[in-house]
Design a protein around this ligand. Structure first.
Ligand code: C2E
Ligand code: CA
Ligand code: CA
Length: 328
């Protein structure tokens, strides 16, 4: 009731130096409880609730609860752990094979990061990538992963002579893609590891590219000078502008697993996969299907003329030793 009364009071403009000013208010509420020892405890919790209110949009209010507290503590701990993980290099690079459906051979790998957490064991990206992105730590993680993967790939290319040479696909976060020095950084990694540009693919999601379409088009143009490959990740889940799709200098559309996983269950998803394949081919681009889990999905993709496949049916993401055995 009090929060609504305050919001009502702010619904009319007030005047400062003859100028009418409108303002919204975000309100955080904490109710006193016996465990509070000092006034600051109450302020801290109402502050937490206020940030929750802000996250819900303008002119909102929120009442503090224990779940909010637990969440703040969890995030703080994760941030501290991530800083330590970077310093101690606790990240592991996993390799998931990508095969050519037409030739039936491995063409390369997508690299997927894992975190060997000293207490919690091996963590998947879903547990930490978002927080890493929010605190900026993703830059260091992605750099580490890319350098490690390029070094490894160079070694594999020497041992296993595929034609064309094995390729490695690295995920690029939105933060990383928006950095003006991305080209310099990739160039540095290529020089340092001796990998040819055309053996490296950067995977950027459709939403990152389309949200900043003009900037993305220019960035892709610049990346072109390194002779690397670009793949649009999670294709079909965002809102692609066809005009931009034509302009973007990308090599591959990566069909999102949500379409692949349901393509046999309903005809519509199969049609979507087919449409993406046709669109890609008409624009002179290739297609990779991700999340292929069964033989029948693989056969259906082959039927539709999709170029490459990746997923559990072929192999889960593997630690480096196992990927090496597979190549051997
Ligand atoms: P993504 O790029 O779409 O990666 C594909 C995800 O599908 C991976 O999850 C992979 O393990 C999983 N996958 C593979 N085969 C199958 C399958 O047959 N069925 C299903 N349902 N899933 C399959 P993962 O490793 O948990 O990675 C999740 C996401 O985290 C990735 O999605 C990517 O966006 C991000 N990510 C992973 N590694 C990195 C990294 O080094 N840097 C950045 N910036 N992001 C990363
Ligand atoms: Ca990817
Ligand atoms: Ca994907």
């Amino acid at each position: 009731v009090a929060a609504e009364r305050i919001h009502d009071a702010f619904s009319v403009p007030f005047e400062i130096d003859g100028v009418e000013v409108f303002s919204t208010v975000s309100i955080g509420i904490a109710v006193w409880k016996p465990t509070y020892e000092k006034p600051e405890d109450l302020l801290r919790d109402s502050d937490t609730a206020m940030y929750r209110a802000k996250a819900r949009g303008r002119n909102n209010f929120a009442v503090f609860d224990e779940e909010m507290h637990a969440r703040v503590v969890r995030t703080l701990k994760l941030e501290t752990d991530l800083r330590r993980a970077i310093a101690r290099e606790e990240f592991r690079v996993y390799y998931q094979p990508i095969v050519s459906i037409t030739v039936g051979r491995i063409t390369g790998f997508e690299v997927l990061v894992r975190w060997e957490h000293p207490e919690r064991g091996l963590l998947l990206p879903a547990e930490f990538i978002q927080v890493a992105e929010e605190m900026g730590a993703i830059i260091q993680i992605d750099r580490f992963v890319a350098e490690d993967a390029c070094t490894q790939l160079r070694a594999w290319q020497n041992t296993y002579r595929h034609n064309p040479p094995l390729n490695v696909a690295v995920n690029v976060s939105g933060t990383q893609f928006m950095r003006p020095d991305l080209v310099t950084q990739i160039d540095h990694i290529l020089r340092k590891t001796g990998l040819y540009g055309r053996s490296l693919t950067l995977e950027v999601t459709e939403s990152v590219l389309m949200e900043n379409a003009q900037y993305a088009a220019e960035m892709l143009e610049q990346l072109r000078s390194l002779d690397i490959r670009i793949s649009i990740d999670d294709f079909g889940t965002g809102y692609s502008s066809l005009a931009y799709l034509r302009r973007f200098k990308v090599d591959t559309l990566k069909i999102d697993y949500s379409f692949v996983s349901r393509m046999l269950a309903d005809e519509e998803n199969s049609q979507i996969v087919k449409t993406i394949r046709t669109l890609a081919n008409n624009l002179g681009k290739q297609t990779v299907a991700e999340g292929v889990e069964t033989r029948s999905q693989y056969e259906a993709l082959k039927e539709l003329g999709v170029d490459r496949a990746q997923g559990m049916y072929i192999s889960p993401p593997l630690p480096v030793e196992q990927a090496d055995e597979l190549l051997a």
